[in-house]
Structures are given as structure tokens and as C-alpha cells.
Design a protein. Structure first.
Length: 262
């Protein structure tokens, strides 16, 4: 499984819910597939449910026409697309599901895990056409689980982290926009994710030098630090509207940077 944060600070893993054996759990931790890199999609939906109505037109972005050549960016883009899928489901946008399935396959192909996504694409399309949104949610959960298993097979630890990072940032943008559109202190508390900010802030400082010095990762380090400082400033108090806007602007700019080639 991959994501989001990833989207909004979600911390229980689907595979953990499936009660894997001790050996499997140890292997997943060794590969970096943990409660941050593989959060439960159910948790993502629960958080977004609390922020309804989502300002779909305000936060929707067209699917990428092409991906940068850098594989690390492909991973973050894939995570962001999963977050876009959550937005589509919550807003029940039937006309977006078919294209989402095709784009997920294209991006998964660049990561070497297309076979794990392809099997779910047709189901996503059919279920979306039938407006069976609960089933679409379940299919997204299954898709995430299959991709995680593929990454475990490939022993691709860093990619698991980067996919999760991309999902978290896109989810943060969506949630911050929802809070900004209809502000209340209670809704703003959804954005209080200091542990996740710290976690991903550390992740972007531990990349191999050839990757770490790329422009996109320089920008990520700076932007995540701004988000961290904003949350630190709020402390235990509620976030104010201006602070929510700061988080929204930073998340949006970082998501734009992820889609651009160096």
C-alpha cells in the first residue's frame, strides 16, 4: 500500500489489519513499509468525510499528460494520483474514474508495477460508471495493497517512502483547501500532523546525494520546513485562517514542483 499520508496523517496499515505473521511484519519494517509509508486508505476516507463538502473545483487538477524522466518523481506523482482518486470518490465524479484508471496504469508501468494496477483498472471503471462508490473505495484499497506487495517484492524501500510522500502532500493540499473554504477550528485540527511532517522532513534529508541535490528535492526540503514551522508556531493552539493558507500555498507549490522536470 502506498499513501496518503500520506493523505492526512493516516497511521494504520491495511496489511497490519490483515494480521500478517511476525516474519512478514519484520520484513515490511526492514523495507520501510510501515505505518507512515503504507497508511490505511480507510483512514484517508474517514478524514475526508469529516471535511465534506470538499471544494472539488478549487482543488481539482488535470491528470499529467506525461511524467518527468526521473523515477523518484514518478513515484511521488503516483502517490499524488492515489490522493486524486480519493478526491474523485468523495466528490462522486463518475466522469473522472475511467481516466484515473488509465493514468494509474501508465504511471505504474514507469515504476515496474503495472501488472498490479492493471487488474484493478477495469473494476474501477465499471464500478464508477455504476456509481457504486463504496465498491470504488474498496477497489482503491485493493489497488494500494497490491502495489505495496509489489514494492516489497522489489525491495524498493525508497520508492515506498516517495510514493507515500507524494500522496501525503497532495492530501495535505486537498484538506487545507477544504478547511480554507469553510474554516472552523475543529476542521483545522485535521491539518495538525506534526509527526508526519517530521517524518517526511527527515526522509528528504536521507536521500542519496545524486537525488538529494535535484531541484525538486531542494524545494521539498524548504517547503516542508515552512509547514513544520507553521505547525510549531501554532503549538497546542488551534490553527488560524492565515496559517491554514500558508500550509495550503506550500503544499500546492510542492505538488506543482513534483510534476515538473528538472
Amino acid at each position: 500500500m502506498l499513501l496518503l499520508a500520506v493523505l492526512l496523517g493516516y497511521v494504520n496499515t491495511t496489511l497490519a489489519q490483515e494480521q500478517p505473521g511476525a516474519g512478514e511484519g519484520y520484513e515490511r519494517e526492514e523495507l520501510g513499509v510501515n505505518r507512515y509509508t503504507a497508511p490505511s486508505i480507510e483512514g484517508v476516507f474517514e478524514r475526508l468525510d469529516k471535511l465534506k463538502p470538499l471544494p472539488f473545483e478549487k482543488v481539482w487538477r488535470e491528470f499529467p499528460a506525461a511524467s518527468p524522466a526521473r523515477r523518484e518523481q514518478k513515484g511521488m506523482i503516483f502517490g499524488g494520483l492515489i490522493a486524486d482518486g480519493f478526491l474523485i470518490v468523495e466528490a462522486e465524479k463518475q466522469n473522472r474514474v475511467d481516466e484515473l484508471g488509465r493514468i494509474l496504469i501508465r504511471e505504474a508501468r514507469g515504476l515496474g508495477v503495472a501488472d498490479r494496477v492493471m487488474r484493478h483498472s477495469a473494476s474501477l471503471t465499471e464500478l464508477g460508471r455504476n456509481n457504486d462508490w463504496l465498491a470504488v473505495r474498496k477497489e482503491l484499497i485493493a489497488t494500494q495493497a497490491d502495489v505495496e506487495r509489489a514494492l516489497v517484492d522489489l525491495r524498493d524501500q525508497k520508492m515506498a517512502h516517495l510514493i507515500s510522500l507524494g500522496g501525503w502532500l497532495r492530501g495535505l493540499e486537498i484538506s487545507a483547501a477544504a478547511v480554507d473554504a469553510e474554516f472552523s477550528p475543529g476542521r483545522a485540527r485535521v491539518l495538525m500532523q506534526p509527526d508526519l511532517v517530521d517524518y517526511f522532513g527527515e526522509e528528504v534529508t536521507t536521500l542519496p546525494p545524486a537525488i538529494a541535490h535535484a531541484a525538486v528535492f531542494e524545494k521539498l526540503r524548504t517547503g516542508i520546513e515552512v509547514i513544520r514551522s507553521t505547525l510549531d508556531k501554532a503549538g497546542r493552539a488551534d490553527l488560524r485562517p492565515a496559517e491554514v493558507q500558508t500550509i495550503l500555498v506550500q503544499a500546492r507549490e510542492l505538488n506543482l514542483a513534483i510534476r515538473k522536470a528538472d
